[in-house]
Design a protein around this ligand. Structure first.
Ligand SMILES: [Zn+2]
Length: 338
């Protein structure tokens, strides 16, 4: 989800697939727990208005009829035990950071510089700061180029994102935003672009500018042709456009994907099939773990467990997805972890 906060919309009701956390994740000792990088966290700091308990991996999407009052989301309402609960007011950052310590997670935290600073102050060693060029309100406003440059050259920001042009109905190759990608390429800063999920449920009601078609991974081709050294994180892995996603990965070796959002917001069989397809096609070193962490502190352990419990992944592939691939993409000064 992009810098502006209206897209907290990925949220909805749904289902009951709760995995037991693997033994290593259930321990409290950060040092014994293999490290994880979550490449897609949002710098929220309060309980989101209207936030409710959530059942991840909803089973289906419901139709609705414009002649009747319609909910803004179409996820089926099901019950689950346990649900994922929002934090108490004012406790969210503390709760998530406690989870990050427990699970040995380092996270790329995206948001406006002030919001991200709160996270950096709270956990300087576990937060990799990210910020983008969408400025919030009015809609479609942009951060001035020089201001963004300073964020990266002086402010310590490491990733440009989340870039959510799809919510504006724009292609990532749109010429109006090219100067930002030129900057990222010049500064050798990786960019993180929302492609794919997000209009889930009721784009027709909740997000009138959202276009599913603008999440087509192949829309990145012109951008990549103009910026041949640009390193791109395709957020949400272009879900559900797997064929086009694989086409892009094959043609462009600087492109990685994250599985954030999709990993907990679609039917679990479909989620596993999508990740398996990416890996089976030969891209196991380009798939990065992410949550799209927004409101519920336990989302992180829940999402990690989906990778840990994936019977189609080898232990090495799990380590690559949970850590090694992101460490390489972000050029962290670390050694691969087995
Ligand atoms: Zn997103």
């Amino acid at each position: 989800m992009p810098r502006f906060r209206q897209q907290i919309l990925l949220i909805a009701g749904a289902v009951a697939l709760v995995f037991a956390a693997p033994r290593s994740l259930a321990q409290n000792a950060g040092n014994d727990t293999p490290p994880v990088i979550d490449v897609h966290v949002h710098a929220m700091d309060e309980e989101f208005p209207g936030a409710a308990p959530m059942c991840p991996n909803t089973a289906k999407f419901l139709a609705s009829d414009p002649r009747q009052p319609e909910a803004s989301f179409g996820w089926v309402q099901e019950d689950c035990t346990p649900k994922l609960y929002p934090s108490a007011k004012g406790e969210y950052i503390k709760d998530v950071i406690a989870e990050m310590e427990r699970l040995n997670v380092t996270a790329v935290v995206f948001g406006d510089p002030k919001s991200v600073q709160k996270w950096r102050d709270a956990a300087p060693k576990r937060v990799i700061p990210g910020t983008g060029f969408q400025a919030g309100f009015p809609p479609n406003a942009r951060v001035p180029l020089d201001e963004l440059r300073k964020d990266f050259t002086e402010g310590g920001f490491k990733v440009m994102g989340e870039i959510g042009l799809q919510y504006e109905g724009l292609s990532p190759s749109d010429p109006s935003v090219d100067k930002y990608f030129t900057l990222a390429e010049q500064l050798d800063i990786p960019v993180a672009i929302h492609m794919g999920t997000g209009g889930s449920g009721r784009a027709n009601i909740a997000m009138p500018d959202f276009r599913g078609s603008k999440g087509d991974p192949l829309l990145l081709e012109d951008l990549l042709a103009r910026h041949r050294k640009l390193r791109v994180q395709v957020m949400h892995a272009g879900y559900p456009m797997i064929d086009n996603m694989l086409t892009l990965l094959q043609a462009n070796s600087h492109v990685y994907v994250d599985v954030a959002g999709l990993i907990w917001s679609y039917p679990i069989k479909e989620v596993n099939r999508y990740i398996e397809r990416l890996v089976d096609a030969g891209f196991e070193d380009r798939v990065m773990f992410g949550t799209d962490q927004l409101i519920w502190p336990k989302l992180m352990t829940y999402s990690i467990s989906i990778i840990q419990n994936a019977d189609y992944l080898t232990p090495e592939q799990k380590r690559d997805i949970l850590y090694n691939n992101a460490a390489r993409f972000l050029r962290l000064d670390t050694h691969p972890v087995k």
